[in-house]
Each structure stands twice: as C-alpha cells, then as structure tokens.
Design a protein around this ligand. Sequence first.
Ligand code: PAF
Length: 298
Amino acid sequence: MSPRIVRTVSELRTVLAPSRADGVGFVPTMGALHEGHLSLLRAARSENGTVVLSIFVNPTQFGEAADLDAYPRTEAADVALAAEAGVDLVFAPSVDEMYPTGFATTVSVGGPLSETLEGAVRGRSHFDGVATVVAKLLLAVQPDRAYFGAKDAQQVVVVRRMVADLGIPVDIVTRPTSREADGLARSSRNTRLSPDQREIAAAVPRSLRAAQDTFALGVRDSHRLAAAVCAELHAAGLDPEYVETVDAESLEPMSEVAHPALLALAVRVGPVRLIDNVVLVPGADDRIPLISPERTRP
Ligand code: PAF
C-alpha cells in the first residue's frame, strides 16, 4: 500500500496521534533512496508499529550551492520504494515549512565532534545544519526510535550527543554501512559517478580493508595505518582530503590505537566526494568494515 505523504508538521502530528501505541520508528533521509536507506527502513519496520520516512534535502548542511543543486531529487521513485519497504507515512516538507521567514535558531554541538574530520573540511556550519534539522525532525515526528547509517559515523556521534544533551526521548539506532558487491559504501551521490569513476571508487573500500589488514598484523600507529590507506588510494590515482584515526566516541585524534578508534577518510572521485570509515578495536580481529548496531537513549 502506498504510504500517505504529508507536507506539514501539523498534519504529521494529527496523522500520527492515533498510531503511537506500538511505537514509531523514524528514518530521516534526503531522498534518492538506495539499499542503505531500505535496510534502515526494514529495521524500523521490524521494531515499530508505525514507520515514518522523511525526505528533505536540507539546504543548511550543504557548503557549496552546486552540491545542493546537483543533489538528486527523486520523490516519486522514493515513495514507490517506501511503499515496498512498508513505510506508513512519508514526511516531505518544503524548505519554507522547515525554515519559515524569521527562522533564527541553530542547534550547535560544540568541540571536536563537529570540528574534526568532515567539520574541518566542510566547516562547522555543516554539523550545525545537520543537528538543527535532525532536532526539528525529531521534535516533529517524536519517534521512539530513529535510524541512522554508520557510513556517516560522525553524524551519528553528533546526533547522539545532541539527543543526550537536550534530553530528547528517542533511541538512536545505528545500522552497519550498506555496501555494493565490491565494498563501495552506498550513497545517493554514487549515481553521479561515470562507469570509469565508479570502477576507480572501488579503491576506497580496498584502502580501508588494507588498514584493517595492517591493524590485524598488530600495527597501532595511526600514521602507518593511514599510509596503508593512502597507498591503495594513490595507486588508483586518488588523493584523499583526509585519512584520520580518531577516538570512536570523542573523535579526538589518536596517534596510537589503544582503544576503539574510527579510521575515516574523504576523497573526491570525479564530481563526487566520498566518505567512508572503519572501526578498529584492539583485541578484535574484525575486518568487516562496519560499526556494530548501537543504541543510546538519554
Ligand atoms: O544523512 C542524511 O541523509 C542527512 O544528513 C539527514 C540525517 C537526513 C539530515 O538532513
């Protein structure tokens, strides 16, 4: 059955009011749904009586206007996929509904959480944009559980911090990164890769695998781990924007991996900026590039 589409927060609240008893699961997206989103929707479907999907290309989290303009918008196809995934309600607001004239509030998660990795390259305004829109979406939907993919690991850490700090009553559920057969992390932006660029992009998961293999040999020095990543990327003609090893919770840089770490990278392939990561846990020989599902509730 096709999900109902609502465009305003007041309609969303009215429609959801009688459906809360068996739990509301929420998957926030910017649309252009792919298998990664569908796996989040399936998880939400299996754990909640009602499933809400939001589709909103949030302008405040984009740095370059060109990236915002080029972001794929495929609402009709998204709604068809949402129907197959058993979504009950699609919330697809306009920019004016989310940011009406006079909008003046920003939710800003301070410190390294927003300033390292993506924050260092895209500027902290990126995570201010993410935190603000996610806070607004959580307040609009008031879900019991909200689902996020581990590919955007820093986003998950920022959202968890915000939810804990503001006392928003929701479980944040993280699901493993969804990957293509060659390991490339699924992303809405991948559709903009040419066939040649798509082939070159396979070096990204290969490079993370090289870091995992190096780590499994006992190497804990972050420079040597980064060197293993860079060797694979350079061999494919790619020059990463960053390859960094940080504490998996605080996102503080680590020179030696003594406790769970996030090894994250960003690299441009043609017109597309790809990000990906693995978690490195001393004592665990886990070479599958994913973050285990986790929940937090304040
Ligand atoms: O991950 C995304 O698609 C976006 O950052 C999100 C969480 C929907 C906020 O706009």
